[in-house]
Design a protein around this ligand. Structure first.
Ligand SMILES: C[S@@+](CC[C@H](N)C(=O)[O-])C[C@H]1O[C@@H](n2cnc3c(N)ncnc32)[C@H](O)[C@@H]1O
Length: 212
């Protein structure tokens, strides 16, 4: 999906990747071969990304809160800002959001519930705002954008029958199109012996502009 997005790029300057994490999902060698520079943007970097960055000067690590809201949320507000980082950087040829969208609300909501007694309803509302702001942000880049995200979590019993399906995006709908596939993230036995969890993932190699 990411490499298909790369093929759409008019320039081969910089790839910007949000939520690079441990690099499990990122075809880094191919991207480094095709582009001048790759910027990994994440809240924090662990060993794998740091190690490659030490060896490859064209790989940059950018510590970034992609929501542009965590500092305010830490103070107890539930206001969400529209992120603007890199929007005015003409060197960005491709932007990729790699399995970060569903994660944006998890820690802030846990924190606000624990520290400020935020209600479940308010957590859902904040989650929706964070998801929408990220989708708007991606759609605002002038260059091609790719989005890969889990959109639903499907719980199955021992016999494989679906017992619940929960939105991973606080019921925010993704745009039409893209491709959908299942990720058996917790096969039977991983959480417990009664349930398995599958994530339904959706990916866009050309995330639509100016749509939510
Ligand atoms: C499920 S992991 C992504 C996996 C990754 N794409 C890979 O290839 O291994 C989610 C990532 O999102 C990052 N993340 C969560 N909230 C973030 C935020 N507000 N800003 C930037 N990164 C964030 C986490 O640090 C984590 O690395």
């Amino acid at each position: 999906m990411i490499l298909a997005a790369a093929e759409r790029c008019e320039t081969r300057d910089t790839v910007l990747i949000f939520g690079a994490g441990l690099l499990y999902d990122i075809p880094l060698a191919d991207l480094l071969a095709e582009f001048k520079r790759v910027i990994l943007a994440d809240l924090l970097f662990m060993g794998p990304a740091r190690q490659v960055a030490r060896q490859v000067p064209r790989l940059k690590l950018a510590t970034l809160d992609v929501t542009n809201s965590l500092e305010a949320l830490a103070g107890g507000t539930t206001e969400v800002s529209l992120p603007t980082a890199y929007l005015d950087d003409p060197s960005i040829s491709l932007v990729v959001s790699a399995n970060v969208l569903s994660q944006l609300s998890i820690v802030p909501n846990e924190y606000l519930e624990e520290r400020f007694g935020q209600t479940e309803e308010a957590s859902e509302e904040l989650g929706r705002k964070l998801v929408r702001a990220h989708l708007d942000y991606l759609a605002s880049f002038a260059c091609p954008a790719a989005l890969i995200t889990d959109e639903a979590r499907i719980i199955r019993d021992r016999a494989g029958a679906e017992t619940a399906t929960i939105s991973a995006l606080h019921d925010v709908s993704l745009p039409e199109g893209g491709e959908s596939w299942n990720w058996d993230i917790c096969p039977l036995g991983e959480i417990d012996r009664e349930h398995s969890v599958t994530h339904r993932v959706r990916g866009y190699d050309a995330f639509p502009k100016n749509q939510k």
